[in-house]
Design a protein around this ligand. Sequence first.
Ligand code: GLN
Length: 455
Amino acid sequence: SVYERIERLNGRLNAYITVRPREEVEREVRSRLEEAKSRGGLPLAGLLVAVKDNIHVSGLPVTCGSRMLEKYIAVYDATVVERLRGAGAVVVGKTNMDEFAMGSTGETSAYGPARNPWNPDRVPGGSSSGTAVALAAGMATLGLGSDTGGSIRMPAAWTGVYGLKPTYGLVSRYGLVSYADSLEQIGPMARNTRDLAAVLEAIAGFDPRDSTSLRTRPQGLVEAAERGLREGAHGLRVAVLQEFMEHPGVDERVKGLVERAAGLLRDAGAVVGEARLGREVAEYSLPAYYVIAMAEASSNLARYDGVRYGPREPPRPWEGWNTYYSRIRARYLGAEVKLRIMLGSWMLSAGYRDQYYIRALRLRRLVRDRLLRLLEDNDILLAPAVIAPPPRLGEVADDPEKMYALDLATVVANLSGVPAAAAPAGWVEGVPLGVQLIAKPLAEDKLLQALGALE
Ligand code: GLN
């Protein structure tokens, strides 16, 4: 069972930061199953869900992988959690993650890195590391992650599970701790396409408590996934993004898996071709993403000052508030988070703003325009999810530039607000490796059909 595996594996794999008591969860499962019976069925009745630790679940800690929030307990449910509960699912625990979702390997967590279940010397990918590990190791049935620049797709790709970043605004961010609001979405993670679709269908749709929420409610997502599983990819126009296939930074074996996935979709009835985003997109997406993400982060993380949020310690005589804030922030935030707050503040400051932040916004528009144009003629764009197999623990942890480079293929979808998913595609060096599928805004149904056809 899920709990037996948690007891056996969590100590080693470090997927969960908080696990709810077994009896409590089993009681809740029984009552959800009763409820399902009396109401003629619930879509996720009694299924156990692992929730990333930057999403509020009432009564449980929300550490965000940070010492700063170690003692912070949620007093309300995020909209996605409320909706999952309504669909019959039961939260089993809160999962490990890079601190404040800043990272690509899971190693910036203040609670120690989660490990890749297929090879514990390797990272599982981040920042939604714990949810991916929990699913891959059978320590949960369903999962939630958040994706600002690839944090759902990256760990999904390296652990052999499915992960989807929805269209911007499709899933409410109410109850998600903000890192970079204009880029991020909560999304489903699962062990197969059908479960992925079922979780997305449960959590998606307008929420008045999120001002960026779209006034829409998708339907037929599970049907779309099942159509793909049964009938394949008929009617889908697919194109392989050439920039990534030509990029010297992308591992040849990864390129091979993308080609193979293209072949599988062709065999499943899709029309498969090639597409080009243009040299600038491949070259500037990553810097544009990191400038925008750091700028937004520097503003969002100002609230962790030991007064509004974070541990309140007695002020020292005469130290003054600014010294107090600095002392708390220096002590309870990790190195990567501090780096980004400082760079972000600097890039937004008078004199540098035009050179960095404003330019990044222009590049973002360029990337989005190019991508949307390609998506006029194609339903699905195929690309690597991640450029290489997972590094060993410690291999890139102290080298931010190497870590950022891993996000080459994922940030394009966040800059553009379009939906994108990672699906298992094969193995490299004994570890799973996934490919990425990108679709038009609100075309999650096509995305799920294609995922089903690949499964
Ligand atoms: N690796 C990227 C970053 O550190 C993306 C993280 C995320 O999607 N939350 O910003």
